[in-house]
Design a protein around this ligand. Structure first.
Ligand code: ATP
Ligand code: MG
Length: 447
């Protein structure tokens, strides 16, 4: 038994013993004993009342002095309280520092709970997103920021990607917004002002589009003169014919480049119009691409086509043709003689897929992530020799983005490459035959 408890036992025995002794002197020992016990109990009640009072006063005054077990209890409570005070002070300091730093941040920061309700936000969030203290705290962010791109991002956006839209406060301000999950079902929304970057990007896009457009007319004039000179064979020295031929070839390449640049800038600057949501007869498109490919490669390659004839898609026929034909052209271009190019058009539960597989030179893995950048070519010399400009896959990526589709590239150097464009099931359309039963397969193969 510890010292305070021994002391307490001594105090109890003393109270009861003293009561009993006084009782005996007065000839009433039992009453004496009971009086001693009552006195001892009264002391405990007194200290309990003191503790209760102290709690009621919200622990502002110091605890009263006490001896024995009560002294020990009061001492421990006091120590606990001091420790809590210190911890609270530290936490308040941390919180203050965090709030001061997020306040100073130029980016809007909003803490959301699992239902998307606002728990806290900094002043930049007020400025950029139009949130106001204190009545917006507890409101759902989707009720306050109503931009459709933002709403669909909040619903299904991924953590890696950011969404861009105009600030609800000022249409001139462009925001880039991300939501990051943290802690237990908490979400942090961060919005950055990217107006300057956006403006620069617009200037760059306009510049490329304008230059491409301006170059078209002079190029047409040059091509026209070169053709006229080639036609007038007798009038120029014979050795000029070769130079004129090269000039014509290069002019044609430049015209292709300008066409691609103009198409890219059109894809970047315009929204996919309602009119572009037409039914695209991909099987017919595949058949005509197969014909074109055969004209280019002749007997050089085996071309296999497997297309589900009942499978169609909603989108822009013109854009999809240019994306698909680039993939087929690439396969033909980067496959050595006696190779095979397989074009497939099929559907599964994930949606519809346009796939081009070849047994060509393949692509080393370090290049795969950069292939869809403009002018990116694995082997610049080889690609240029084959007439490539490096804009094809950039166009493919943009077209697919506009159709909520994705591009997967699978490749092994020396073995071959497979490019797959996957469209979501919402875009898939079937003819009656497809709806009724299993689709028949259109298979063509030739050498
Ligand atoms: N099927 C393929 N096999 C091997 N390499 C490929 C294949 N497809 C594309 N590549 C590589 O990716 C690069 C980019 O392709 P992309 O279609 O963008 O450009 P390009 O074919 O060179 O030119 P463009 O399509 O503008 O005429 C190519 O230069 C080539 O190095
Ligand atoms: Mg290409």
């Amino acid at each position: 038994m510890t010292r305070p408890w021994l002391g307490e036992l001594f105090r109890a025995l003393l109270s009861v013993g003293a009561g009993g002794a006084v009782g005996m002197v007065l000839g009433r020992p039992l009453e004496g004993l009971l009086a001693g016990l009552a006195l001892y109990t009264l002391r405990h009640v007194y200290h309990l009342a003191a503790l209760y009072r102290w709690f009621r006063q919200r622990r502002k005054s110091p605890l009263p002095a006490a001896h024995g077990v009560w002294g020990e209890v009061f001492h421990h409570i006091d120590r606990l309280q001091q420790r809590n005070k210190k911890r609270k002070k530290k936490l308040t300091q941390y919180l203050k520092r965090f709030q001061q730093s997020t306040e100073a941040m130029p980016d809007a920061t909003v803490v959301l709970d699992e239902s998307g309700a606002i728990e806290w936000f900094n002043s930049a969030a007020g400025r950029l997103l139009g949130l106001a203290h204190p009545h917006d705290v507890g409101q759902r962010i989707g009720n306050l920021v109503r931009h459709p791109d933002f709403l669909s991002y909040v619903r299904e956006g991924s953590e890696e990607e950011a969404v861009e839209f105009d600030s609800p406060q000022d249409a001139e301000t462009r925001l880039s917004l991300r939501i990051i999950n943290y802690g237990k079902n908490k979400r942090l929304l961060i919005a950055r002002d990217v107006t300057l970057l956006h403006r620069l990007e617009t200037i760059r896009r306009d510049f490329v589009a304008n230059v491409s457009h301006e170059l078209k007319t002079p190029l047409t004039v040059i091509t026209g003169y070169v053709e006229a000179m080639m036609d007038a064979e007798g009038e120029y020295p014979h050795h000029w014919q070769r130079s004129l031929g090269t000039m014509q070839q290069q002019a044609a390449r430049m015209a292709r480049l300008l066409e691609d640049l103009l198409l890219l800038s059109r894809l970047e600057t315009t929204d996919i119009a309602e009119a572009d949501h037409e039914t695209v007869y991909v099987p017919a498109m595949v058949a005509s691409m197969e014909e074109d490919a055969r004209l280019v490669c002749g007997e050089r390659l085996t071309i296999v086509v497997e297309a589900d004839p009942t499978l169609r898609i909603r989108g822009s026929g013109e854009e999809l043709r240019s994306a698909f034909s680039n993939l087929v052209q690439n396969a033909v271009r980067y496959t050595a003689d006696a190779g095979t190019v397989t074009v497939r058009w099929f559907a599964d539960e994930a949606g519809a897929h346009f796939q081009v597989a070849d047994t060509g030179i393949g692509i080393p893995p370090q290049h795969l992530s950069r292939l869809t950048e403009r002018f990116y070519r694995v082997d610049k010399g080889r690609s240029a020799d084959l007439g490539g400009t490096g804009l094809g896959l950039a166009i493919v990526k943009h077209v697919l983005n506009r159709h909520e589709a994705s591009l997967t590239i699978d490749s092994e150097p020396g073995v071959g490459s497979t490019f797959t464009c996957s469209f979501p099931p919402e875009r898939v359309e079937r003819t009656a035959a497809g709806e009724a039963g299993t689709p028949s397969l259109y298979i063509a193969s030739s050498q």
